[in-house]
Design a protein around this ligand. Structure first.
Ligand code: CA
Length: 236
């Protein structure tokens, strides 16, 4: 399934479903948070449209639970919110949502936003793209990232899609200093809007997986006042 729609208002849910199905997406609709979690686990959607105010488990809670156990696909989550609902909390993005849309939104806007989420892939025209440094190999086409162990063996890193794209971006240009805005452009595309602190959240998660000591990183370094850069020698 492409898209899981979680929306308790039947008319809005129907409108979203029709709009997206017309664009060729496969959709499933859930009306409450618990059902949404079950559908997420069994269906592995690529994108979840998640209404904020839901009966039972609200959207923020559903989002948090999915991020705790993202599964193989680690879906993109687009929060749907009415004007005046807790937008500040969503754009703080401590929730783990990737983007949000304020109701009422037009079908065109919805489709554009969903497509932007699905475009966030770093594939380059089918050519094989593999980056190697002393400690890492990232194969963009195979979507695999591994760490080189002392023994000479490769340890495959268990990264979410976003973490993978972030590492691939860094490793594509070692030593380059990236601002948060540039990383957002690269990972989310132009139509991202929200809070750029989302970058820090994903960098922190990536560090936990690739650094020996994530509080004292040697690969993904903070450049104070600017953003981040990746450093690793390339002569392995
Ligand atoms: Ca609602």
């Amino acid at each position: 399934m492409d898209i899981l729609i979680v929306e308790d208002e039947p008319e809005i849910a129907k409108l979203i479903q029709l709009t997206l199905e017309r664009e060729g997406f496969t959709c499933q609709v859930c009306r409450d948070g618990l059902t949404a979690l079950q559908a997420f686990q069994s269906q592995q959607p690529d994108v979840i449209l998640l209404d904020l105010m839901l009966p039972g488990l609200d959207g923020l809670e559903v989002c948090a639970r999915i991020r705790q156990k993202p599964g193989a696909k680690d879906p993109y989550i687009l929060m749907l919110t009415a004007k005046g609902e807790e937008i500040d909390r969503i754009i703080g993005l401590s929730t783990g949502a990737d983007d949000y849309l304020v109701k009422p939104f037009s079908p065109t806007e919805l489709v554009a936003r969903v497509r932007a989420l699905l475009r966030r892939s770093l594939r380059h025209g089918g050519q094989s793209l593999v980056y190697r440094t002393s400690h890492f190999t990232v194969d963009v086409d195979q979507h695999t990232a591994s760490r080189h162990l002392e023994s000479g063996e490769l340890e495959v890193l268990d990264l979410t899609t976003l973490e993978f794209n972030l590492l691939a971006t860094f490793i594509s240009q070692p030593g380059r200093v990236w601002s948060r805005t540039q990383l957002i452009d690269k990972l989310w595309g132009d139509d991202f809007f929200g809070d750029e602190r989302v970058v820090d959240t994903h960098v922190a998660r990536l560090r936990k997986k690739i650094e020996l000591d994530s509080s004292n990183p040697t690969f993904v370094k903070t450049v104070i006042g600017v953003g981040y850069k990746f450093e690793d020698s390339t002569n392995s």
